[in-house]
Design a protein around this ligand. Structure first.
Ligand code: ADP
Ligand code: MG
Length: 403
């Protein structure tokens, strides 16, 4: 028998050390466990009630590091010190990312070689592995605080298309954060696991996982048979996500801010703090419209508004692009929509009703959206961790990736 610890969150006694599941996302990261008492996977919540930690790292001029929401607040006002989307740089050389270097507001060192990229902040240089390790350290710290026990083992998820270098970089980030990474699993596999798809022995299923996050879109077609997952095809767009919806809204208010837009300084060059307010309000409006028909807010004392219909018209072209990718993924897998047994919705942006409707319509069936779409990957990672911990003997699991 291993260590005995009382799990404060679940009220149960853990016989073995807890293995956590981690979704190390481009936009948001989070940590989940399977409850010892109910055997349900849950995302860990801090007292603030939030499960998501924005994948953003800020360095002040003294080298102090802040991760998550406090760092997100500095994104626009201190762009050169606030590192976002580091997942895009994992396992990459400057040559790999030079064509999209314009996307990053911070300084990526251009040494014109195949050496791995470094990010410069002030006089210091950081590797994407180090930057990711700060995010993982923050998650580990949270989990230890919530569970009142030491956490040293984890399952971490990665996109299905991650190559060996990217997977290795993710493992290294874990090690640097003091985590023994027991398994790296594919995000679509984790999402399917969270829904228990293909969990029964002898069951065979073909699953489409539609993942629209903050900055990226992935569609993966998987089969699961006897606990063995195989990715048949993946498609997507590495620059398509909820951030683009926010940007469209910002532009809409800048151009079409209507009455009073000039008072706001909309349309011309905005000062950084006004731009930050516009962005924050745009994201708020978007989320509000996922459950309401109209958004009304104010920026700098000025009214802004948008209806759900206006928002839908703005984002329709983005959604159309995701549906085109779904067609390609099916074609690559050699399947028709009729051969898909289940569709799983992943990523915060699938909360947008028009996204759900479009995916339902395309696949001609209802979709799985019962779990929080921005937590489902971490929940699945926790299920996998639970299997590895030996608490779940019902399922065997192999995660097979495409070549
Ligand atoms: P990632 O996988 O890229 O780390 P997430 O799955 O956490 O990202 O998705 C983040 C995106 O989801 C953000 O663009 C956020 O604004 C969006 N989002 C979160 N909640 C909602 C909502 N209620 N309605 C619309 N979009 C949402
Ligand atoms: Mg994600």
């Amino acid at each position: 028998m291993g260590k005995v610890a009382i799990n404060i969150a679940t009220g149960s006694i853990q016989k073995e050390e807890i293995i956590v599941g981690i979704d190390l996302g481009t936009t948001n990261s989070l940590i989940a466990i399977v409850r010892g008492d109910t055997h349900e996977p849950i995302a860990l919540k801090e007292i603030d009630g939030l499960t998501l930690v924005p994948s953003i790292v800020h360095f002040d001029e003294y080298g102090n590091v802040t991760v998550g929401n406090p760092a997100k607040e500095l994104l626009v006002t201190q762009p050169e010190r606030t590192i976002y989307s580091v997942k895009r740089l994992m396992g990459k050389s400057y040559n790999d990312v030079s064509h999209d270097a314009g996307f990053f507001a911070y300084n990526i060192i251009d040494d014109n070689t195949d050496a791995l990229v470094k990010i410069q902040v002030g006089q210091k240089f950081y590797s994407p592995i180090e930057l990711s390790s700060y995010i993982l350290k923050e998650l580990k710290k949270r989990a230890e605080h919530i569970l009142k026990t030491t956490i040293s083992k984890a399952v971490i998820t990665v996109p299905a298309y991650f190559n060996d270098a990217q997977r290795q970089a993710t493992r290294d980030a874990g090690r640097l954060a003091g985590l023994d990474v027991l398994r790296i699993i594919n995000e679509p596999t984790a999402a399917s696991l969270a829904y228990g798809l293909g969990a029964k022995k002898g069951e065979e299923k073909t699953i489409a996982v539609y993942d629209l996050g903050g900055g990226t879109f992935d569609i993966s077609i998987l089969t699961i048979s006897n606990g063995i997952f195989e990715v048949l095809s993946t498609h997507g767009d590495t620059y398509l996500g909820g951030d683009d919806m926010d940007n469209l809204l910002v532009r809409y208010w800048q151009e079409d801010g209507g009455e009073g837009s000039s008072d706001l300084g909309f349309g011309s060059s905005l000062d950084k703090s006004l731009m930050q307010q516009l962005r924050v309000t745009a994201e708020k409006a978007k989320k509000h419209l996922s459950t309401n028909d109209v958004f009304e807010g104010e920026i700098n004392g000025k009214q802004v508004h948008i209806t759900k219909q206006e928002f839908n018209d703005l984002v329709q072209p983005l959604i159309d692009r995701t549906i085109t990718a779904c067609t390609s993924a099916l074609k690559d897998a050699g399947l028709t929509t009729a051969q898909i047994d289940a569709v799983v919705m992943v990523g915060g942006s699938t909360r947008v009703p028009l996204v759900k409707e479009s995916v339902r319509k395309f696949f001609g069936r209802d979709v799985h959206d019962e779990l929080n779409p921005d937590e489902v990957v971490a929940l699945g990672a926790a299920v996998q961790a639970d299997i590895l911990a030996g608490n779940n003997t019902e399922m065997l699991l192999l995660d097979v990736t495409p070549l």
